[in-house]
Each structure stands twice: as structure tokens, then as C-alpha cells.
Design a protein around this ligand. Structure first.
Ligand SMILES: NC(=O)c1ccc[n+]([C@@H]2O[C@H](COP(=O)([O-])OP(=O)(O)OC[C@H]3O[C@@H](n4cnc5c(N)ncnc54)[C@H](OP(=O)(O)O)[C@@H]3O)[C@@H](O)[C@H]2O)c1
Length: 354
């Protein structure tokens, strides 16, 4: 490619239904970014089909690397290697990190080797650890229009069913053995809780990084709305979940009111994500915590009331940070130090607000 690359975009679950469409949408509109997709199996047929599709768009810089979010050590290693590559200028700094990978499950699962419910680890702990691990690789905000970087967590309206304390006691499970089917309601609360906690801790991280003043990172959640097609998230789900997905009757009143309730092809939210990922904002706008439902923008605290409770957010951030640290291998010392300072900043701010 004749022109220098302008930044790296990382998409987890890059081979998934939505992740792959996001990659295509960005490849179409941003020819000079480096696309770094992660997939559990980069040799899988869907990855090959995707890279072929992207190469047909035109010459693009793209790579697909293995990353299994059920292994926190792997997440830490991936983040460390990416930071090193950016430092060595093998990769341009990260301009967007898009957390699209997720699982839903409607049976009691074995805990991961790190000791967590896989739904919690994949949807919440691992994206959090990855964000923290990559802190040193994001493009710095130098005050120019092109400065700064964004972290987008792909959320879901099911977060409205979620509970912040869901995984606190014994990872949310009772004495039922692995393999026991869960009702639609139980499965949705579990999935929604993982999505809710992830959003809350990522907004808390954003707040704490901003208040320590050294890393203003624009972190937010985007709910893509209902997506038609072959998502694996509904595989094995009870029939009522699949029907609710088709009719969108499962949403609570507030979210039903604000949501675009139609079910779209994945390319629709993907185009929105590709646009929001490169949206240039005024400084004032950037300081606001925003939550997107497709391309509609909301004050994040109006969607998630927990964001009005600073001490609760700080507490949750500390807890998730400890859990992520307690994985098999700690995060790189520098990123964990940065985070530790950030958390201290948030705790002080919460203390002052009391
Ligand atoms: N589909 C919907 O209706 C809908 C609605 C609202 C929000 N969303 C959100 O949109 C996002 C994408 O969903 P989707 O519909 O594209 O789902 P999908 O097609 O099932 O894709 C999920 C992706 O996550 C990856 N993944 C699963 N377990 C993983 C692990 N242990 N480590 C690393 N990657 C893992 C999958 O990789 P493998 O191929 O290896 O399994 C796949 O790439 C999710 O965050 C979801 O919550 C979806």
C-alpha cells in the first residue's frame, strides 16, 4: 500500500456474525487502517471467507490472530505482544478497540481454568483485561482532530435484566451440576448481568483514567439492536428466547421505548459501528458518557442508573480488577500500575462526592 497506515482497529470476535460485518464496513470506508481481528481459530472457514471478502474490496492491511477469551493468560499475552508491536512501530497505534466477542449459554457450565463462569469471563472480565492490557498502545490524545482513541463495547438490551452482584457468590450458581439446562429467564439474567457489569466497569475505567488525567480514552457501549441471521448466541437457547428475539417482546419498557425495535441484518449495525468508531467529536462531547442504541445517542446514566452511583462503580471496578489480576498470570506490571492509579483516582473522587 502506497500510503502510511493511520491506525490499528482491533475487533474481537472478528469472525462472528456482527464482528465480520464490522470488519467489512471498516474495510470499505477506511482503506488506510490496519484491521487486527481476533478469532478463536484463525484457520476456520469463516475466517478464510471473511479475509477473501475483504481482499475483494481492495488492497487492505488485515491480519487475524488467535485469542481465546476463556484464558486470561492468553489475553494478557496478546495485549503485551500488541503493545510491543506498537512500540516497535510494526503496528500503528490503536484507534479503535471493538469488543464484539460474546457467548450466551443456557446450561450450567464448567468454570473456566481461571475459575470463572465462562459467560462472565468472555463477556466481561476478558474485555476488561484486554482494554487495560492495551492501554499503552492506544493513540494518544494530542488535542488534534485525529487524536484520541475509542473503546467500544458491543452491548445488548438484555443488560436491563442484569444484576451487578449476579456472579458475586459462587459465580452465580447453586448446587446444580454442569450440563443442567437453565430456563430462558435464568439464562437471560446471567447473560444480561455479564453485559451490564462489563459496561459499568468500562465506564468506571473511563472515568478513572480521565480523572487521573493521563489517558483520556473514549470508552462507551453500543447496543446494535436485534440482529437477524446466524448468530451463535442463540444456539441451544430455549425456544422462548428465540421467539422473543424475533418479536422483541423481551425488553423492559424503557429500553423498548428507546430501542429501534426492528431486527436488522448485521450489516446495518456494522455500518453504524464503523461510523461511530471514526466519529470526530468536540472536546465537550468527548467528555460526556454516551451510550448508543444503533446510531441514537443517549446519556449513559439515563440508560444505566448505576452510573449515577460513583462509589458503587468504584467498588465494582476494584472487584473486577482484582479478579482479572487473580487470573493465572497478572497483567503486564505497567498496565496494572496505570490501572491501580486510575482506581485510586476514582475512589478519591467518589469519596469527595459523598
Ligand atoms: N445477535 C444479536 O441479535 C445481538 C443483539 C444485541 C447484541 N449483540 C451483541 O453483538 C455481539 C456479536 O454477536 P453476534 O451476533 O455476532 O454473535 P456470534 O455470531 O455468535 O459471534 C460471537 C463471536 O464471539 C466469539 N467468541 C465466542 N467465545 C469466544 C471465546 N472464548 N474467545 C474468543 N472469542 C469467542 C465467537 O468466536 P467463535 O466463532 O470461535 O465461536 C464469535 O466470533 C455480541 O457482543 C452480542 O452480545 C448481538
Amino acid at each position: 500500500m502506497g500510503r502510511a497506515l493511520t491506525g490499528t482497529v482491533i475487533i474481537t470476535g472478528g469472525n462472528g456474525q456482527l464482528g465480520s460485518e464490522i470488519a467489512v464496513a471498516i474495510a470499505k470506508t477506511r482503506p488506510f487502517v490496519h484491521l487486527l481481528l481476533t478469532a478463536r481459530d484463525p484457520k476456520a472457514d469463516d475466517v478464510h471467507a471473511l479475509t477473501t471478502r475483504i481482499r475483494l474490496i481492495g488492497p487492505r492491511s488485515i491480519e487475524v490472530l488467535p485469542l481465546d477469551l476463556t484464558d486470561l493468560r492468553e489475553v494478557t499475552k496478546f495485549a503485551g505482544q500488541t503493545v510491543d508491536r506498537v512500540h516497535r512501530r510494526e503496528l500503528p497505534p490503536i484507534v479503535d478497540l471493538i469488543h464484539s466477542a460474546a457467548i450466551a449459554s443456557y446450561v450450567v457450565d464448567e468454570l473456566t481454568l481461571d475459575g470463572f463462569d465462562p459467560v462472565y469471563q468472555i463477556n466481561c472480565l476478558a474485555p476488561f483485561l484486554l482494554t487495560v492490557g492495551l492501554l499503552e498502545a492506544f493513540r494518544a490524545d494530542d488535542g488534534t482532530v485525529d487524536g484520541g482513541a475509542k473503546v467500544m463495547y458491543v452491548g445488548c438490551s438484555s443488560a436491563s435484566y442484569g444484576r451487578l452482584d449476579y456472579f458475586d457468590h459462587n459465580q452465580g450458581r447453586d448446587s446444580r451440576p454442569p450440563g443442567t439446562p437453565l430456563s430462558a429467564k435464568e439464562g437471560n439474567i446471567r447473560f444480561g448481568s455479564s453485559k451490564l457489569i462489563a459496561s459499568v466497569v468500562l465506564y468506571a475505567l473511563r472515568r478513572s483514567l480521565a480523572c487521573t488525567g493521563n489517558i483520556p480514552l473514549d470508552i462507551f457501549t453500543l447496543d446494535p439492536g436485534g440482529i437477524a441471521g446466524g448468530s451463535h448466541l442463540r444456539t441451544g437457547a430455549p425456544l422462548s428466547v428465540r421467539v422473543a428475539h424475533q418479536t422483541r417482546t423481551g425488553l423492559r419498557p424503557f429500553l423498548r421505548m428507546v430501542s429501534r425495535s426492528s431486527i436488522n441484518k448485521a450489516s446495518v449495525p456494522a455500518k453504524v459501528i464503523a461510523k461511530v468508531a471514526f466519529q470526530r467529536d468536540t472536546v465537550e462531547n468527548n467528555e460526556r458518557e454516551r451510550y448508543y442504541i444503533l446510531d441514537s445517542e443517549y446519556e449513559a446514566a439515563s440508560v444505566m442508573s448505576t452510573l449515577r452511583n460513583g462509589p458503587q462503580m468504584a467498588g465494582r471496578l476494584v472487584q473486577v480488577m482484582r479478579e482479572a489480576e487473580g487470573g493465572k498470570e497478572k497483567g503486564s506490571p505497567s498496565s496494572m500500575n496505570t490501572l491501580q492509579n486510575a482506581v485510586t483516582g476514582l475512589e478519591n473522587e467518589s469519596e469527595e462526592a459523598r
